[in-house]
Design a binder for this molecule. Structure first.
Ligand SMILES: *[C@@H]1O[C@H](CO)[C@@H](O)[C@H](O)[C@H]1NC(C)=O
Ligand SMILES: *[C@@H]1O[C@H](CO)[C@@H](O)[C@H](O)[C@H]1NC(C)=O
Ligand SMILES: *[C@@H]1O[C@H](CO)[C@@H](O)[C@H](O)[C@H]1NC(C)=O
Ligand SMILES: *[C@@H]1O[C@H](CO)[C@@H](O)[C@H](O)[C@H]1NC(C)=O
Ligand SMILES: *[C@@H]1O[C@H](CO)[C@@H](O)[C@H](O)[C@H]1NC(C)=O
Ligand SMILES: *[C@@H]1O[C@H](CO)[C@@H](O)[C@H](O)[C@H]1NC(C)=O
Ligand SMILES: *[C@@H]1O[C@H](CO)[C@@H](O)[C@H](O)[C@H]1NC(C)=O
Ligand SMILES: *[C@@H]1O[C@H](CO)[C@@H](O)[C@H](O)[C@H]1NC(C)=O
Ligand SMILES: *[C@@H]1O[C@H](CO)[C@@H](O)[C@H](O)[C@H]1NC(C)=O
Ligand SMILES: *[C@@H]1O[C@H](CO)[C@@H](O)[C@H](O)[C@H]1NC(C)=O
Ligand SMILES: *[C@@H]1O[C@H](CO)[C@@H](O)[C@H](O)[C@H]1NC(C)=O
Ligand SMILES: *[C@@H]1O[C@H](CO)[C@@H](O)[C@H](O)[C@H]1NC(C)=O
Ligand SMILES: [Cu+2]
Length: 627
């Protein structure tokens, strides 16, 4: 190469590098959490989590290549917090991903964490939310849009809309009732209302003859919804940040955490207004209270002088099946996997009587050191899955391997699963199998499955049908520790999660992966070591003594009801007497609960004392054999 050519090339590269640098703007945010009282659904005021004293949380809008520097200040005085940017790849910045004890320490009361990352690999519709204990169901969430000047579709206006459900109680209260011996079947709390854009009766004002790009995000924590617009078609063009070929539909079905971006072309006439409809997927509700409004009407408004529309009825819920969507940038199915993870999903009671969720009999139990901090500090042991603990359910993935996840749902519910750090191809999603008509769970059969789609749909959150299965593939090209979990917040709390430790040596090698000041500080504040294995041992990474483990399984032949009965057996004599005195001959089915409430006893303490009792197992065996 001669000098001139070299000069030209060098200069061109420098200019290109500078252009890339100049293209990225830095967006700074300084957010502090707190509580405020809001009447979100128009029927009850309750505490919600605010951002800098206001609610709802702001929409973040950035462009591809920009940098985000977001200070999250924990303004609570009694709880930890965190923030996850749902769908962002965080390529090289794994510690900015958000889940506590996975990629960072929890942010303790009064502490600050700097989320500092660029958005280079993603465009489209995302959202952010707390990844701590149901906080996002208390309102700690918002939309996150990455604008793309190379968007392949034309439109006039770009508008987001959040769908969700709303509870009249705060998550703390609901979690306490949910994860309780009094809820042995694990029935999820029933929401009071569906909401749209954080309210009910939402009005969307539109101009005639205009193409709207409507970015629909389900920021709820539980139910899937049907969404449709009276007498207007929607052209789906993006799902979960992945452009699709245009697919026209009248209705979409959207699980929590999913996004659908649609083009809606408004009418030329402005003489009337139309209904924007939301409907619960009521098959996900264990009971349907008589007063629960399953269909909710909002308003697409062309004309303020014209009357508001009433409910729009449709003959059938004929929604778009996302499995058949074709990505705009077509990709053939990834080749045979280098590594296959096969998991069974079940829900069951552990010895306390509380109902948990499992992948292969493991309910996710957080380690004593966040898995990323273990990966960074374990040296060569980082490639050994054992150092991450036996109850975190960790898999170590090799650099650039093709990974296949086969998920066999043995539960009778629908579950939306989310993978952090990636999108994935959906190769198989089986039909549902109804236990009510005697059908049993159908696992995926490698030797007998439908042909894979020519160009599989790609997204980051995918539902599995009842007693059914799905198969997904992706390439392990993003070194980091990534969670795979059900996005029903109740089920995550029940432990329906596992962890992927992707290319741990690749994590260690990147300087951008090393702990930042605020990453270390939040750990120190809570007394969490910044190095060590899942048990906090930084001397011998293969010694897991003292790690956190899940509760024991209920001994064979025992039922959850039996456990509840047994728990109260020692109290029964006294309680029984009081019960008869207080309640007379009333329904005795949940008498212990009534008495405990009446006496204002601390249930947790009663249970803790009882489960510490040495005789418990012996008594269980005795009762078991004598029954
Ligand atoms: C964020 O805001 C708080 C409260 O106004 C202020 O004390 C703090 O210095 C700000 N932090 C940054 C990084 O701007
Ligand atoms: C929405 O309309 C319902 C029914 O008219 C009403 O009860 C509720 O208060 C309204 N909610 C809001 C937030 O305006
Ligand atoms: C905050 O996190 C730490 C570390 O996981 C935990 O020990 C502590 O109980 C948490 N605080 C609260 C209030 O939950
Ligand atoms: C965010 O990260 C970039 C890249 O490491 C760094 O240059 C910048 O100083 C960081 N921002 C802050 C506020 O620390
Ligand atoms: C929803 O809220 C966002 C943020 O305030 C707003 O920009 C958007 O227009 C609203 N969308 C609808 C459909 O009401
Ligand atoms: C609506 O009006 C525009 C011009 O304003 C015209 O180009 C278009 O064809 C009209 N569409 C219909 C369905 O009449
Ligand atoms: C708005 O609706 C009113 C009442 O139906 C009607 O009289 C008026 O012509 C409409 N305005 C437009 C601009 O269409
Ligand atoms: C809810 O919507 C569906 C579909 O339009 C309809 O069949 C059903 O009757 C509606 N239910 C109520 C209570 O409005
Ligand atoms: C659109 O979706 C339907 C299923 O809902 C599917 O049959 C069809 O192939 C899709 N078309 C395109 C172009 O993606
Ligand atoms: C998953 O369930 C199937 C069917 O019950 C069983 O054969 C298999 O052993 C289970 N796998 C694991 C890892 O538990
Ligand atoms: C999971 O638990 C079930 C029921 O207790 C048992 O039959 C099965 O063998 C267990 N599977 C594994 C892989 O331990
Ligand atoms: C992460 O970045 C590497 C290049 O540094 C690239 O090869 C890989 O595809 C990226 N992965 C994702 C998920 O963006
Ligand atoms: Cu679930």
């Amino acid at each position: 190469m001669n000098g001139l050519a070299r000069w030209i090339i060098t200069t061109t590269l420098l200019v290109a590098a500078n252009m890339r640098f100049a293209a990225g703007e830095t967006h700074r945010f300084n957010w502090t959490t707190g509580w405020g009282n809001y009447n979100v659904d128009g029927t009850k005021e309750r505490p919600v989590i605010t951002c800098n004293g206001v609610w709802p949380w702001p929409e973040v809008r950035v462009s591809k290549g920009d940098r985000v520097e977001l200070y999250l200040n924990n303004g609570f005085d009694d709880r930890n917090t965190s923030l996850h940017f749902h769908g962002l790849f965080q390529n090289g910045t794994n510690q900015m991903d958000g889940p506590p004890m996975v990629t960072q320490c929890p942010i303790g009361a009064g502490q600050t964490f700097l989320y500092n990352f660029t958005v280079e690999d993603n465009v489209g519709t995302y959202w952010y939310h707390s990844h701590t204990a149901g906080q996002y169901q208390d309102g700690m969430r918002g939309t996150f849009v990455i604008e793309d000047k190379d968007c392949p579709y034309e439109y006039d206006e770009d508008v987001t809309v959040q769908l969700g459900e709303w509870y009249h109680d705060v998550a703390d209260v609901l979690n306490h009732k949910f994860l309780s011996v009094y809820n042995p079947t694990g029935a999820e709390p029933i929401p009071q209302n569906l909401i749209m854009n954080n309210t009910r009766n939402n009005t969307w004002e539109v101009q005639p003859d205009t193409t709207y790009m409507l970015r629909i995000v389900n920021t709820g924590g539980f139910v899937s919804q049907y969404f449709w617009i009276e007498d207007h078609e929607m052209d789906v063009i993006e799902v979960d940040g992945v452009y699709t070929e245009r697919n026209t539909t009248n209705m979409i079905y959207i699980t929590t955490a999913q996004r659908y971006t649609v083009l809606v072309h408004t009418k030329n006439t402005t003489d009337r207004n139309f209904a924007l409809m939301q409907k619960f997927d009521d098959t996900m509700l264990d009971v349907i209270p008589k007063d629960l409004l399953l269909n909710t009407t909002n308003y697409l408004v062309y004309n303020h002088s014209a009357p508001l529309p009433t409910e729009n009825f449709v003959d059938e819920l004929d929604f778009l099946d996302d499995f058949y969507l074709v990505p705009y940038h077509k990709e053939e199915p990834l080749g045979d996997p280098d590594y296959r993870i096969t998991v069974n999903v079940t829900m069951d009671n552990l010895i306390s009587g509380v109902n948990y969720a499992f992948f292969n009999n493991l309910t996710y139990t957080a380690p004593k050191v966040p898995a990323l901090l273990t990966a960074l500090s374990a040296g060569e042991d980082a490639t050994n899955a054992e150092v991450y603990g036996s109850n975190t359910h960790s898999y170590v993935l090799g650099k650039d391997e093709i990974i296949e996840i086969v998920l066999n749902n043995q539960d009778t519910g629908t579950h939306p699963f989310h993978l952090h750090g990636h999108t994935f191809q959906t190769l198989v999603r089986d039909i549902g199998y109804d236990d009510a008509v005697g059908e049993v769970p159908h696992p995926y059969l490698e030797d007998d499955h439908p042909p894979f789609p020519e160009y599989p749909m790609i997204r980051d959150t995918l539902y599995v049908r009842p007693q059914s299965n799905f198969v997904i593939r992706f390439q392990a090209d993003n070194p980091g520790v990534w969670m795979f979990h059900c996005h029903i917040e109740w089920h995550l709390t029940q432990g329906l999660a596992f962890i992927l430790i992707e290319d741990p040596q690749g994590i260690q090698e990147r300087s951008s992966q090393q702990l930042t000041d605020t990453s270390s500080n939040v750990c120190k504040n809570l007394g969490i070591p910044v190095e060590g294995n899942a048990a906090g041992n930084s001397v011998d990474y293969l010694n897991l003594v003292g790690e956190n483990v899940q509760e024991k399984f209920i001994p064979d032949g025992f039922t959850a009801k039996g456990i509840v009965a047994m728990t109260f057996s020692c109290l029964a004599a006294i309680l029984g007497l009081i019960a008869i005195a207080v309640y007379g001959l009333m329904d005795l089915s949940n008498v212990e609960e009534k008495v405990i409430n009446e006496l204002d006893l601390d249930i947790d303490q009663v249970l803790a004392e009882d489960s510490n009792s040495e005789d418990r197992d012996a008594e269980a065996k005795h009762r078991n054999s004598s029954s």
